[in-house]
Write a protein that binds this ligand. Structure first.
Ligand code: FE2
Ligand code: FE2
Length: 242
């Protein structure tokens, strides 16, 4: 019996099948638009992080941490912009609106910012892990660094929540923030049945389906929320995509 042929890998200037190139452009120039310095959505998001994360920070240390977070995210944005530029300069420079609704939500308080970092940067980490060993060598080269940064971001959010949850008032605020951001984070994985994800998997641009990633996220995050002394929200409540 013949062994299954391994997934072919491509570097920037390699000839590519048309189907592969189209998917790659869709992934790098459109779908991953949030982390691109040419998009106003990332600038708006980082402005919110900066305003809340420096003015409301409880200590100089936390202000510096916010600055370092913004610096790393701007770094990702340039990195992914450069990847997109090599593939399709017109699309890379177009200010395409970001469809993930989480990026249009407001987080006006220190507690909400902590929940945003804990949950949405964690989704970013799971997504970046999908590119470790990617068939597009440029993506596979940058993925481990992005995974490491996003792990730092989600850990920062959790660590801040732990401190906030030390008081009954803080716990109450954190519960509200988690209830608001948990469904948005779960929806960031996309629809479980979307057909394109299976094309990405077929070409080695993604490893696991959206629903599987979401299940892993829920399994990992639920005990962490419980450890904060908070109720884990029903994962089906207030969701928009399944
Ligand atoms: Fe990032
Ligand atoms: Fe991040």
């Amino acid at each position: 019996m013949a062994a299954e042929s391994p997934i072919q890998k491509f570097d920037l200037n390699d000839p590519m099948p048309e189907e592969y190139r189209k998917l790659l452009i869709k992934l790098c120039c459109v779908e991953h638009g949030i982390e691109m310095i040419s998009r106003s959505a990332i600038l708006d998001f980082l402005t919110q992080v900066w305003m809340v994360g420096t003015y409301q920070a409880p200590s100089p240390y936390e202000r510096v941490r916010t600055a370092s977070y913004c610096w790393q995210e701007v770094g990702h944005s340039e990195l992914f912009y450069n990847i997109a530029m090599d593939l399709d300069p017109a699309l890379a420079n177009e200010d395409i609106p970001v469809t993930q609704y989480a990026f249009h939500m407001k987080f006006p308080t220190w507690t909400e910012l902590a929940a945003v970092n804990f949950l949405t940067d964690r989704v970013g980490m799971y997504q970046a892990r999908e590119w470790v060993g990617s068939s597009y060598l440029i993506l596979s080269k940058v993925a481990p660094m992005v995974v490491k940064d996003e792990l730092g971001h989600t850990t920062m959010g959790y660590d801040r929540l732990e401190r906030i949850c030390a008081t009954p008032n803080g716990r109450e605020e954190s519960q509200k923030a988690i209830s608001k951001w948990y469904p948005a984070a779960l929806d960031m994985f996309g629809r479980s049945e979307s057909p394109r994800q299976f094309e990405y998997i077929k070409w080695g641009l993604k490893k696991q389906p959206n629903g599987e990633l979401r299940r892993q996220f829920i399994a990992d995050v639920e005990p962490l929320i419980a450890k904060l002394g908070l109720d884990v929200p029903d994962p089906n409540k207030n969701r928009r995509f399944f």
